[in-house]
Design a protein around this ligand. Sequence first.
Ligand SMILES: NC(=O)C1=CN([C@@H]2O[C@H](COP(=O)(O)OP(=O)(O)OC[C@H]3O[C@@H](n4cnc5c(N)ncnc54)[C@H](O)[C@@H]3O)[C@@H](O)[C@H]2O)[C@@H](O)CC1
Ligand SMILES: [K+]
Length: 504
Amino acid sequence: MSEPSPSIAPYTTALYTAAQMRRIDACAMARLDITGLALMQRAAAAAYETLRRRWPEARRIAVLCGPGKNGGDGYLVARLAREAGADAVVLALGQPRDADAMQARAIWQASGGRSVEFDSEASLPEADVYVDALFGTGLARALDGAAAAVVAALSQTRAPVLALDIPSGVDADTGAVPGVAVRADATVSFIGRKRGQATGAAIDHCGDVELAPLDLPDAVHAEEHAGAHLLRIEDLAPLVPARARNVHKGLYGHVLAIGGDAGMGGAIRLAAEAALRCGAGLVSVATRGEHVAPLLAARPELMVQTVGGPQELDPLLERATVLALGPGLGRRAWGHALWHRALDAGKPCVLDADGLNLLAEDARRFHGNAVLTPHPAEAARLLGVDTRAVQADRYSAALALAERYGAVVVLKGAGSLIAAPGRAIAVCPWGNPGMASGGMGDVLTGAVAALLAQGLAPYDAAVLGVGVHALAGDVAAAHGGAIGLVAGDLMPHLRAELNGLAHG
Ligand SMILES: NC(=O)C1=CN([C@@H]2O[C@H](COP(=O)(O)OP(=O)(O)OC[C@H]3O[C@@H](n4cnc5c(N)ncnc54)[C@H](O)[C@@H]3O)[C@@H](O)[C@H]2O)[C@@H](O)CC1
Ligand SMILES: [K+]
């Protein structure tokens, strides 16, 4: 039933590492016979165009220039601003060490441009826009000393900040911020997008990211397999299961949501309801007796059964096509026993929450036909590291988990990642901070389970489930704001988003 997985993304949504960008830059220069300085000039022109489009009234422009090529881009932006009649000043953090950057500075100076050496004691000059050209993909370690001081001074100013390539202090490969980093309103990414712009801590530093391809032909990207890409609507739409008119509910699978130990009935209801809203033909719930009546009253479309232990689960497991295992499961004897029995059934499943915590304790029965949806702390437990280590390199953590368990992994958090062994990592660009609230993960579990039940392969179900969940969250937040958004608010939008994708 499922359509093919998203084809290899075009380079405009490919997410490259710093090493890959260096190879692409070198390839562009060699193949097209362009000098490094010429590329820098193109980069500066693209950045200045963005600056003018976003802040057409800006008169005083302060450019903070570091010692590498990123600084070189900055000198040339300053020159363009000066040529256009703006009051441009360069604040230099040390002398250029890179040959192209030295030339760029010479061009700036020859145009009559003024550079001031950054002084940690002095405050930054007043400006209408600051341009961050301190460090780009060459950042080698956490910022300290004068570099940290200039970033701190910048954070005290009120004017907007445009970052060149990546905000200084953000790791271009991981998106981690090992020390301090610039908070930009916008970032112009040269030639290709970087992994470090798309996930984790970086999300709060990059602002709007614009790609400036610098007029290079697609061929310069052809030899680099990015290994990660940003999801686009066009990647999701072909995954939505098509529906003929002559259909019946048996064609769309049967999700069995198992969970809802004492005090956790809400989680299982959210997962089950999300499965209904994402098109599962039938949804059953195996739960504690006290949740049966409230669940049926809330959603009469559900089939809700009291399950006291594993034997009572067997007939339900037999009828199910897909299991949602985790929401409200708990880690007491009841949840533990059901978890074991459910895994032994060998059916495709989505593991979340305590389903994952139990897996971290005992993976012997795990069969890999699954989508795991950990948040960073759960991922850390599964990997046997601390949460900080996961967040320091979310790409590696997601891939390591996928490889360790032989399963599809959704690493949640700003810029959710979908990883599978041997596959490119997909990064979700949608979602909002309102979604950091209780029950959102349960909704995602139900959504992914419903898509598995409709015949999607696990990777495709994860991609579409994460995408639709985030898009639904964004629509819900647009109606009334992110603060106070609750998981149940997503339900009608899940349905609308899926149908919207299906009908273009
Ligand atoms: N041909 C090319 O390669 C192009 C490169 N471009 C620009 O070049 C940038 C990459 O340039 P570079 O590789 O020179 O690297 P950067 O300009 O990012 O920085 C490298 C310099 O910073 C120093 N440094 C690194 N981390 C530091 C830290 N924490 N504290 C203090 N100093 C530190 C290094 O010793 C080195 O001198 C890109 O981000 C992009 O802006 C663009 O001009 C487009 C063309
Ligand atoms: K920068």
